[in-house]
Structures are given as structure tokens and as C-alpha cells.
Design a protein around this ligand. Structure first.
Ligand code: SAH
Length: 219
């Protein structure tokens, strides 16, 4: 890592966290987790200088790591303002592993699935040094969810499709919440929250977002 630019210091992240708070993120546990995970360790050396800016960054194979504000927003929605950590969480789209690392501080167990072998391997490498015993990286098509870990207290997708795969709703626990980007009828993408209640599934459509497409199969 380049030295002298302070990226390995807590101060840079703490600035990022203050900015997130100013942008409206209020969940103290999400802010603390974002302040702890070193985002610069998940991006290529050439992009290290931008690691704590509020921007999405390329992570290879045409994919991107979401901007901090979007990660924080989705995690805040996922936690529903609860005091306790979440139970088992499924993340669809591991990418470089950054969000999985943040999630590991907010949930008992994190299952994260990626369909691109190259990124699955990269995430494994990025996370190795962190020794996060509660993060389980899986290679496969996340559209099928991951039945072995179900039911999940929460599910979060980092890629947006035209519909929420039925497997996700099936594998969500009653009382659980799913946060995902979803393509709307007009072709734009919006953040969607699904709550599975004893009475059925409710759906809330939130702000516009720009995520990479959810694709089927592995590669
Ligand atoms: N959370 C990630 C963001 C990665 S971008 C991070 O912190 O880096 C979204 C990822 O979703 C991409 O890596 C893409 O390959 C993956 N993806 C798309 N469709 C998928 C699917 N059906 N199953 C698993 N991963 C998928």
C-alpha cells in the first residue's frame, strides 16, 4: 500500500463516516462498521486514492463496488433499526468482498454468493487477511439463493434483475427483509424492500439506483 497518504489510518474512514452521517445515514452500527472496514484493501492499487470517495469503482470483469453511500443505505434498510445483530444473512453478488466484510460486523453469519469465478477468488484473497470466521463465500448462481443456509434473517443483492427470484422469497425467514435493486416497468432501476410477514410479502419501492445486471448461470 502506498504510504504517506494516510489511507491506512482511521482518519480517512472517519471522514467518510461523517459524510455518510451528513448524507442521512443514522444507524450507528452501520456507521461503525463502515468506519472499521478498510475499503482501500478491496480495490486495485491504481484506485486506492479514490477508495474513500463517494463513488463506485471498477473491480474487474466489468463489475463495480457500490459507492459507500449506497452500501450504507442498503445495510441500514436491512437492519430495520434493530439493536441486535442480524442472524444469518445472504448476499447475492460478492464482487470484491467489501460489503461482505461490512456485513460480517452486523450479522451472526454471512453467506455471500458470486457467479464469476474470477471475482469469487478475488474476494477470497481480499478477505483472507481479515480472518472473518463468520463469512462464507460461495461460488454459484445466486438467483437460486443458497438453500443450505436458509431461512435468512436478511438478504441483500448487489445486482438488479427484472424480477425478484422466487427462491429468494422462499429462503427469507418470516420477519425477514430483502433489499435489492429491481428493474421497473419503465426500464429504470429502483431499490426495493421486501418484508416477509406472517400475512404475506409486502413490497416498498424506494429511490432510483444503478447496479450491474443480475445474470443467471456461472462463468
Ligand atoms: N457487494 C459487492 C458488489 C459487487 S457488484 C462488493 O462489495 O464488491 C455485483 C456482483 O453481482 C458482481 O460481481 C456480479 O458478478 C454479481 N452477480 C450478478 N448476478 C449474479 C448472480 N446471479 N449470482 C451471483 N452473483 C451475481
Amino acid at each position: 500500500m502506498p504510504s504517506g497518504i494516510g489511507l491506512d489510518s482511521k482518519a480517512v474512514r472517519s471522514r467518510m463516516v461523517h459524510k455518510l452521517a451528513a448524507q442521512g445515514i443514522s444507524d450507528a452500527q452501520v456507521l461503525a462498521a463502515m468506519g472499521q472496514v478498510e475499503r482501500h484493501r478491496f480495490v486495485d492499487t491504481a484506485l486506492v486514492n479514490q477508495a474513500y470517495e463517494d463513488t463506485s469503482l471498477p473491480i474487474g470483469l466489468g463489475q463495480t463496488i457500490s459507492k459507500p453511500n449506497v452500501v450504507a443505505r442498503m445495510l441500514e434498510l436491512l437492519r430495520q433499526g434493530r439493536a441486535a445483530p442480524m442472524g444469518r444473512v445472504l448476499e447475492i453478488g460478492t464482487g470484491c468482498g467489501y460489503q461482505a466484510a461490512v456485513l460480517s460486523r452486523l450479522a451472526a453469519e454471512v453467506y455471500s454468493i458470486e457467479r464469476l469465478r474470477g471475482l469469487h477468488d478475488k474476494a477470497r484473497e481480499n478477505l483472507r487477511a481479515l480472518r472473518l470466521a463468520n463469512v462464507h463465500l460461495l461460488f454459484g448462481d445466486g438467483m437460486a439463493g443458497y438453500a443450505k443456509g436458509a431461512p435468512y434473517a436478511a438478504m441483500i443483492a448487489a445486482a438488479g434483475g427484472e424480477a425478484i427470484p422466487p427462491a429468494w422469497v422462499e429462503q427469507l425467514a418470516v420477519g425477514g427483509r430483502l433489499v435489492a435493486p429491481l428493474q421497473m416497468a419503465d426500464g429504470t432501476q429502483a431499490l426495493v424492500v421486501l418484508d416477509k410477514t406472517p400475512q404475506g410479502v409486502t413490497r416498498t419501492v424506494l429511490e432510483a439506483v444503478y447496479f450491474v445486471p443480475l445474470k443467471s448461470g456461472t462463468s
